[in-house]
Design a protein. Structure first.
Length: 185
């Protein structure tokens, strides 16, 4: 009789463990989807903001002039990029035991923002120094946009894996250093 009770108890415990494992698997799958969606919601805006900045910079460089509104747009877009990079770096510091990937790029873009904010007034004509600075910004943004194109982030529709976004963060710093753009600002 005791043997049947122990067998029944073991069977019930076994069933409970299986049900609990299934529950954990479902919860982990939901959490993975949530994290992937959040990563996507940080990466995609960076790409879009970089593209908008590139358009403004192209217009300014080709015309040799920039409006006050375009300066404000550049500043706001750079601020958004830096905030999103910072959020990605925060997630990265919890997931990976690496140095903060993206920190060089974040610092460089922050210095760009400070430079843009230092330009006063309703500027119409760019002097030679400003024109060169805008060309450096364009080179930085082109480098970062190439990373997004190489890594096919645009095709990931809410399935940005850890490897993909960590690769993007690491490549940002590596490519900026490789192209000697760190001291641009």
């Amino acid at each position: 009789m005791k043997h049947k009770v122990y067998t029944l108890l073991a069977f019930v415990i076994f069933i409970c463990v299986i049900v609990y494992c299934i529950h954990l698997r479902v919860q982990n799958h939901k959490l993975e989807g949530y994290v992937n969606e959040n990563l996507n919601n940080l990466l995609k805006p960076i790409e879009l903001d970089l593209q908008q900045n590139q358009d403004i910079l192209n217009k300014a460089i080709s015309s040799g002039a920039i409006s006050k509104m375009d300066l404000q747009s550049l500043s706001l877009l750079l601020n958004d990029i830096v905030i999103n990079l910072n959020d990605l770096m925060t997630i990265e510091s919890h997931i990976a035991d690496t140095e903060e990937a993206g920190s060089i790029t974040k610092e460089l873009l922050f210095r760009e923002k400070k430079y843009i904010d230092s330009i006063r007034g309703g500027l119409t004509r760019l002097n030679e120094e400003q024109l060169q600075s805008f060309k450096k910004m364009k080179a930085i943004h082109s480098t970062l946009l190439n990373i997004y194109a190489d890594e096919d982030i645009a095709k990931t529709h809410f399935k940005v894996t850890n490897e993909k976004w960590l690769t993007v963060l690491r490549r940002m710093d590596q490519d900026i250093v490789k192209k000697d753009l760190v001291g641009a600002f």
